[in-house]
Design a protein around this ligand. Structure first.
Ligand code: S3P
Length: 168
């Protein structure tokens, strides 16, 4: 069982992923963390020093390494992961893709507190962050919605989420 949690930055993929992996008794992987281990520097520094294109290559490599070296896991992907290369097709072929769909206002309230650490957000004012969420979400929706499951994060319990995944 290979489960990929997909969704916008701040949607709760890591939080949900940890819960789900405990419940199902399978390992949890955070794709950003894997990239950081691979590269030896933070995601923010990779963006600043090597550029986004380099990050996307490293992210794809990490996605393949985890997928090919484990039979079962829950993975929290990065917000951009399904939108580059053929990553969404690859994840769909390899396992179950789950879109953690979280309202814009919740994303905004979370991201405003974590802006500094995030390379795509750290130079934005609060108002720019609001527009960024609207625009980027609209651009990325066509990838996110290809997931096998679309979860309304605020109205789905862990039990319901687990049930849906097990029966997909
Ligand atoms: C990104 C999301 C981040 C991280 C990087 C780029 C994006 O992951 O991969 O900063 O393009 O949306 P999270 O969604 O885990 O924050």
């Amino acid at each position: 069982m290979k489960i990929y949690l997909i969704g916008f930055m701040g949607s709760g993929k890591t939080f949900r992923g940890r819960q789900l992996s405990q419940k199902l008794g399978i390992p949890f992987f955070d794709l950003d963390e894997q990239v950081v281990n691979q590269e030896g520097i933070s995601v923010k520094r990779i963006f600043e020093e090597k550029g986004e294109e380099y990050f996307r290559m490293a992210e794809k490599e990490a996605l393949h390494i985890i997928t090919e070296s484990h039979d079962a896991f829950v993975m929290a992907t990065g917000g951009g992961t399904p939108c580059y290369f053929n990553n969404i097709e690859y994840m769909k072929k390899s396992g179950t893709t789950v879109w953690i769909n979280t309202p814009h206002e919740t994303l905004f309230n979370r991201l405003i507190r974590e802006k500094e650490e995030r390379p795509l957000l750290n130079r934005l004012s609060d108002e720019q962050l609001r527009s960024f969420i609207i625009k980027k979400y609209a651009d990325r929706k066509i990838y996110y919605e290809q997931s096998a499951l679309n979860i309304d994060d605020e109205n789905t319990t862990l039990e319901e989420l687990t049930e849906k995944i097990v029966h997909v």
